[in-house]
Design a protein around this ligand. Sequence first.
Ligand SMILES: Nc1ncnc2c1ncn2[C@@H]1O[C@H](COP(=O)(O)OP(=O)(O)O)[C@@H](O)[C@H]1O
Ligand SMILES: [Mg+2]
Length: 252
Amino acid sequence: MQTKIRIENLTVRYSDGTESLRGISLELYANQINVLFGPSGGGKSTLLRTLNRLNDQADVVTQTGRVLLDDEDIMAPGYDVIRLRRRVGIVFARPVPLPMTIYQNITYGLELAGIRDRQRLDTAAERSLKQAALWDEVGNRLHDPAHALSGGQQQRLCLARSLALQPEVILLDEPTSGLDPISTGKVEQTLQDLKATYTIVIVPHSIQQAARVADWAAFFLQGELVECGPRDQMFTNPSDKRTDEYITGRFG
Ligand SMILES: Nc1ncnc2c1ncn2[C@@H]1O[C@H](COP(=O)(O)OP(=O)(O)O)[C@@H](O)[C@H]1O
Ligand SMILES: [Mg+2]
């Protein structure tokens, strides 16, 4: 497996003194679904925000250690955060489409990046909606308002919006927590299709989803990385007692 992101001894502390990650070292792999799971408060969202440098705006006071994306230290002073966010896209739990049409939601980021050519924008919209498994449902009504879509469709639209920028890594923080089982299944299937091209890092909304989608999984507990490994090992034969207790439902 090819390492895409290497996290070395990462500690993140908020201004109120909360240490939400303590000395985490972890590798995330290209063309895999990398799952970060564990009970609430474990530091999973904090880690995703670090990978996209979104903690810069949060109440984080200290962040030590290194995060390497293809061997570039993304926390280095002067690192180009705009370029980072083009390479690493993020999708949150609640889909937030822009108050525009379906088409404009996809092309907005590209236009901001200076692309004006209608043909290119059309191609990008079709490509990313197909990748997000939404084209069949919206291809004939691209100029309808995005808000008219169902929750499941809005979430795939948000995924398509990230994909339009052709990132290398896609971070997803509980992307299906508000969705019905059918929409959830569609998003999970989409991720399986996308991993051929991208590095996927997902915080699932349940242990069941973690076990369904993971190729590789890391278990977080109160700021600590307890263990990580391939799916079969993590969900059938974990090496740490705490992982075992969590996946068998003894706490969480
Ligand atoms: N902006 C913040 N200020 C202070 N503490 C925070 C902030 N965001 C998260 N935390 C704390 O950091 C810890 C990890 O939170 P989080 O990364 O959201 O975990 P998870 O996503 O695994 O539930 C928790 O104790 C949480 O209360
Ligand atoms: Mg979270």
